[in-house]
Ligand binder design. Sequence first.
Ligand SMILES: *Cc1c(COP(=O)(O)O)cnc(C)c1O
Length: 397
Amino acid sequence: MTLEDAHARDEADPLAGFRERFVVRDPELVYLDGNSLGRLPRATLDRLEHVVEREWGERLIRGWWEGWLDLPVRAGDLVGELVGAGPGQVVVADSTTVCLYKLAAAALGRDPGRTEVVVDRSEFPTDRYVLEGLASDLRWLEADPVEGVVPGAVADLLGPETALVVLSHVNYRSAAVAPLEEITGLAHDAGALVLWDLCHSAGVLPVGLDAAGADLAVGCTYKYLNAGPGAPAFLYVRRDLQDELRQPVWGWFGRRDQFLMEQGFEPAPGIAAWLSGTPNVLGLAAVDEGARLAAEATIPAIAAKARALTSYALELHDERLAPLGFTVGSPRDAERRGGHLSVCRHDARALCDALAEAGVITDFRMPDTIRLGCSPLTTSFAELWTGVDRLCRLAPA
Ligand SMILES: *Cc1c(COP(=O)(O)O)cnc(C)c1O
């Protein structure tokens, strides 16, 4: 496969034009790490300038009543649309870590007879650590590191004392997609709730939270939603659980009539009850822009391009990397993959460093994995080809 072939794929790509909607200061840089930190949308640059100079600079405290106060819920509805959640069930706040803590604590508080939490051994570290801090009784799932979680293995760990199952929809290492609807159903059959971590699926794959009957979810906005470093995360609480569950961080932004400053906490109606303290307005503005851009491109079109890019990466692997001793660390079935392809070799860490020196940004994951991140709105087929080509040059057999 040649660079000309990659260019032909770019010419046929219906989303190719979106790359121009992002700041690309160095056209020579090959950026295959949008699944860790998405690129900066041009619209976000303008929006942040407006928020800083006009809203903050001129309007000062009045900004809260001129649009800032309800931004967490408004941005939540936009993000909700991207993950298949109807309005009033998603709010943008805090970090993924903190959102996960709030939701897992709420789920554990539901029924004192249920104390067990099921979590995958290969789950993203922050998720494991939060749960280790919260739950006295963790049940570890030993999922296949490449193929990911299978429903039967989850079913084996469920019982009358299971409070919650916590899983990533797309695994951060392998990009394996967990069967969200089936696992949600199994947990419900056992009387448990499920909390989905959507960090690696929000903005790149269809999620269908409402359709699956999902209970709870969290996700970050700085990966495929391109909202920038440390931008606030989002959380989803299914509408009919919002009154039943109680989040643990009671603050004034989650209180009914917060500005009456009354004695005693009473939750605000609806999803606003899941807020705690003063929201990060700059970060929220960036989430709003990132979500609008993804909505404009549409999730089905984004997912189709993610599939095309990762399939192309797989073809490049088979033709050029496999003969050099690489293996694939992601499912070969495109339907079972998220937005990146992992390739593995024992010297992956040194190769990642050498690639960065050569103008190709990827990332290394312990112990032997290089993730080739494919961000459908910004990654081109030519960029991917060039990245793999340089990797081949740097990695003699
Ligand atoms: C990126 C990521 C996180 C990040 O959590 P932060 O609180 O934003 O640091 C959490 N979970 C998963 C699965 C991730 O991929």
